[in-house]
Design a protein around this ligand. Structure first.
Ligand code: C2E
Ligand code: MG
Ligand code: MG
Length: 719
């Protein structure tokens, strides 16, 4: 039988085992009862017909006796002729013969035999004798009346005997009918009682059977259902005993629940696999595979949760820790050793900060989330500082990895979430910026997040964004400051960058050039300046007043070191058509000090294009004469810091004198910048400086204003 049919049968079994036997039993009982009733009815009918037969015989006998008596009385009284008597005799003989048959039949009836054997014989005997006496009496009544009367009297006695016997028989028959009726009813009664008891017994038995079957069904259903419930519950592992039961059922092919149990076990296995896969996915998503520590995503979740509970638990702290110079170890010893070191770092962190949440954010960056364990716990600055110190101390102990000794230090940034609405992202950003500050302070340090520093940093990063945009929208421009000779005649200009900031107005390069250098934006910006200056230089070629002006352009170290620098300059010169001989690149001493040989090579290559070099801010750096001698420089530019105090500072005077002497020794020109007064001009002139730049002559101005300025100067000189 198929399992589904078996299961259906099992479910219907409690109903079937009660109802079907009851229906069958009821049918049998009804049949038996009906049979008994039919049987009883048959007997009753038989008894009644026997009774009525007896009555009919008696009645017929009585009638016959009356007629015989009358015939004989009439014959003896002479009222009948011989013929009439003969005829009456013949009729009586026939009737007697007929009645004899009926009496015989009655006497022989089994009912009569059953009641009383003797009575039947008496009936038979009495009637036979009566018949004989009557026949004789009617035969001789004509000739012998007294014998006839005697025979009649004999016959009369027999008639009385017959009647009495018949009466007794009738009484007995009537009793018998009653008895039979009672017997039948008592038998039906017994049957009914027996059937009732039997039905009760069977019902009890069947009910017990149904109960057992229902309980069996229920137990199995419960096992399967509970196993399903266990599976549905995400965290419940399930009762092993129950699982074993389901396992046993699933292996029993004849069991009605086998398909369900089998499917359940398969589901369970699939569910177990799914759980394992889920756990693995969770582990991959939220834990670092190298150290086993929670990762950034998990820490973020924990921090979010903590911030949600913040008001109840007090403040928490986030520490971001970055190993110093770890990249060098990775590069020198390989990633395998680097990994082992990271594992060791993680283990030391676990030892030191075991009551806090530690995470690896990636690479050599770790984080520690300090949360109060109880409402009384305080996560304040001293507590966090103690932990930071302990961590730095623990991490600074030497590491022995596969026979190599390593030393590490860490920079730690700390932010305290004090209950004001901090966002997770912001906290990470603050801790990160504090960590960067610790790095800038020289590494192996820890710094708390300072909102003031942060706002400065934010302002800087805003400026950076603005600068990038300004580069795209060409919000930069160049101003030109005139350089003059000893006659104060214009000999050249210095191109100075200006930025018209949308909110902050005209900005000095001193504000944004350092940031441009820090962010690398100085490279594209520098090329823009060069292009603009060269275009201007080319334009000036057509004007006699500006045709001979040199153009000094400031070049930052980063730009100069750019690999494409020479090619780009050549391209710009070519594109703009500017005269390279009029282009002067202003370099600082720091530019020249990085990679001396490469710098010299590059300078020679550029000189070959036709342009010249001026050493800007000269005197503030550390270049030696020996070194300067090798550089293809055509001009030294005395830094304005020595010029501005010339009239009152003898040291500055000495320095300026030395620089001028140096330029003579090196056979290069010299120019003084920041000349603001006649006395400064006079002093410089007296010392042998013949080129000047400063407010005393002109301020930096846009190109349009420069033409006016030059014209005015010419007029003054002419005048
Ligand atoms: P620098 O190259 O030494 O330029 C001279 C600076 O001194 C200019 O300031 C100029 O306006 C200022 N100056 C000129 N005469 C006087 C004076 O008599 N008195 C005083 N107090 N100052 C005077 P500026 O334009 O603010 O530029 C500052 C610095 O920014 C420049 O110093 C230069 O290092 C840098 N810079 C300017 N433009 C560029 C550029 O296009 N590229 C690069 N890389 N740096 C630039
Ligand atoms: Mg300059
Ligand atoms: Mg300068």
């Amino acid at each position: 039988m198929r399992s589904s049919a078996r299961l259906l049968l099992l479910i219907l079994l409690p109903i079937l085992i009660v109802i079907v036997p009851l229906l069958v039993g009821g049918g049998i009982a009804q049949h038996v009862l009906r049979q008994q009733m039919v049987d009883y009815q048959g007997r009753q009918d038989l008894d009644l017909s026997s009774l009525s037969e007896a009555a009919r015989v008696v009645q017929a006998f009585g009638n016959l006796h009356e007629r015989a008596t009358r015939v004989l009385n009439d014959a003896t009284a002479g009222e009948l002729s011989s013929l009439q008597l003969y005829r009456a005799h013949t009729a009586l003989v026939d009737e007697l013969a007929e009645l004899q048959g009926a009496v015989n039949q009655l006497a022989a009836s089994p009912l009569l035999t059953e009641i009383n054997h003797g009575s039947a014989e008496v009936l038979h005997e009495a009637f036979s004798q009566y018949r004989s006496f009557i026949i004789v009496a009617t035969e001789i009544a004509v000739i012998d009346q007294s014998t006839a009367m005697r025979n009649l009297s004999e016959a009369n006695e027999r008639f009385i005997l017959f009647s009495r016997a018949n009466q007794r028989i009738s009484e007995r028959l009537a009793n018998r009918v009653g008895e039979r009726s009672r017997d039948s009813f008592s038998r039906i009664d017994v049957f009914m009682q027996t059937a009732a008891w039997l039905a009760l017994g069977v019902l009890l038995f069947l009910s017990a059977l149904a109960l057992w079957s229902a309980r069996w069904l229920n137990r199995n259903l419960m096992v399967v259902t509970q196993a399903l419930v266990d599976m549905a519950s995400a965290h419940h592992q399930g009762d092993t005993n129950r699982i074993q039961q389901v396992q046993v059922i699933s292996e029993d092919t004849r069991h009605a629940f086998q398909p369900i149990a089998g499917a359940l076990m398969q589901l369970r296995q699939a569910d177990a696999k799914r759980r394992v896969a889920e756990q693995n996915a969770y582990r991959l998503a939220y834990f670092d595979s190298l150290t086993g520590l929670p990762n950034w995503a998990r820490l973020t979740g924990m921090l979010e949760e903590q911030l949600r509970l913040q008001t109840a638990t007090g403040q928490c702290a986030l520490l971001i820790l970055d190993l110093d110079n770890f990249k060098d170890i990775n590069d020198s010893y390989g990633h395998q050793k680097g990994d082992l070191l990271l594992v060791e770092v993680a283990s030391r962190l676990k030892t030191i900060a075991n009551s806090h949440q530690i995470a690896r954010l990636g690479g050599d960056e770790f984080a520690i989330l300090m949360v109060p364990e109880t409402a009384q716990d305080r996560i304040d600055e001293p507590t966090v500082e103690r932990l930071a110190m302990a961590i730095r101390q623990a991490l600074s102990e030497p590491y022995l990895i596969e026979g190599d000794r390593f030393f590490l230090s860490a920079s730690i940034g700390i932010v305290l979430a004090d209950g004001s609405e901090h966002e997770v992202e912001a906290l990470f950003k603050y801790a990160d910026s504090a960590m960067n500050r610790a790095k800038r302070l020289g590494r192996n340090a820890h710094c708390f997040f300072d909102p003031k520093v942060q706002s400065e940093l934010e302002a800087i990063s805003q400026l950076e964004r603005d600068m990038r945009q300004a580069l795209e929208t060409e919000a930069f421009s160049l101003h030109y400051q005139v350089q003059v000779d000893d006659q104060q005649g214009a000999i050249g200009v210095e191109a100075l960058l200006r930025w018209q900031h949308a909110e902050q107005g005209m900005m000095s390069p001193a504000t944004f050039i350092p940031l441009a250098e820090e962010t690398g934006l100085i490279v594209p910006l520098g090329y823009w300046v060069l292009r603009e200056a060269c275009q201007q230089l080319a334009q000036w070629q057509s004007n006699p007043e500006t045709r001979s002006l040199t153009m000094a352009v400031n070049v930052s170290p980063q730009q100069f070191l750019n690999d494409e620098f020479c090619d780009r300059i050549a391209a710009i010169l070519k594109k703009t058509g500017a005269n390279p001989a009029l282009l002067k690149l202003e370099l600082t001493e720091s530019t020249l000090l990085t990679g001396v040989e490469e710098t010299i090579g590059k300078m020679h290559a550029l000189r070959a294009l036709g342009l010249t070099f001026s050493l800007d801010d000269f005197g503030t750096g550390y270049s030696s004469l020996q070194y300067l001698k090798r550089l293809p420089i055509s001009q030294l530019k005395i830094d304005q810091s020595f010029v501005c105090d010339l009239h009152r500072n003898p040291e500055d005077k000495a320095i300026v004198r030395t620089i001028i002497a140096m330029s003579e020794a090196l056979q290069v020109q010299v120019i003084a910048e920041g000349v603001e007064s006649q006395s400064q001009f006079d002093f410089l002139l007296s010392e042998g400086c013949y080129a000047f730049q400063g407010y005393y002559f002109a301020r930096p101005v846009p190109a349009e204003s420069l033409a006016v300025l030059l014209k005015r100067n010419d007029n003054r000189n002419d005048g």
